[in-house]
Design a protein around this ligand. Structure first.
Ligand SMILES: Cc1cc2nc3c(=O)[nH]c(=O)nc-3n(C[C@H](O)[C@H](O)[C@H](O)COP(=O)(O)O)c2cc1C
Length: 161
């Protein structure tokens, strides 16, 4: 069983989550940044897609990958995750609003993994937005490790059936 985790990340928290998830899957897993390459899903038995939410949208390389391979992804066992810091919006609603409807409907597992504000690495514009929208001026990490564990457990059950 060969599983692809196709993710994109601006500041690294989605990359960390993708790697944590890979460590917990009981199969041969490849973790690939879709900003750097766009692996063909046909080579894999199952695919997990992840990306961070920025201003209500999934990070662009993840969106581009979903559009590029949408039809093929609909023929594979599929998992979806997001990294996100808005704690007021329902996670399932956020997932439904950032990924294509067909992929959400087809996905076997979907979860939010929390995220992080890496303020020290942000440009001036992002720092301003985060200060204004969330009152955050220093680095802040809030990863939901339990959600990663649950995602892995559910996905392991699906692929090892
Ligand atoms: C400018 C900016 C806008 C953001 N917009 C949202 C948002 O609309 N909803 C949300 O839940 N999180 C939002 N976030 C939080 C990111 O999703 C979070 O920081 C995520 O962990 C970033 O992932 P990355 O480190 O992989 O890039 C935003 C963060 C920044 C810096």
């Amino acid at each position: 069983m060969r599983v692809l985790i196709a993710y994109s990340s601006k500041y690294g928290s989605t990359k960390d989550c993708a790697r944590k998830l890979a460590d917990k899957l009981n199969c041969d897993t490849e973790v690939i940044d879709v900003k750097k390459s766009k692996p063909d899903p046909r080579v894999y038995d199952a695919v997990i897609i992840g990306g961070p939410v920025y201003m209500g949208k999934i990070n662009k390389p993840t969106a581009v990958y979903c559009e590029l391979y949408k039809e093929l992804l609909l023929s594979k066992p599929l998992g979806l995750f997001i990294c996100h810091m808005d704690r007021e919006k329902d996670v399932n609603h956020q997932i439904s609003s950032v990924y294509p409807e067909e992929l959400v409907a087809h996905s076997k597992v979907s979860k939010g993994f929390g995220g992080a504000y890496l303020v020290s690495n942000m440009n001036f514009f992002y720092k301003m937005i985060i200060k204004k929208a969330a009152g955050v001026t220093e680095n802040k990490k809030d990863i939901f490790n339990k959600e990663i564990d649950m995602f892995a457990e559910q996905f392991n059950n699906i692929i090892n059936k």
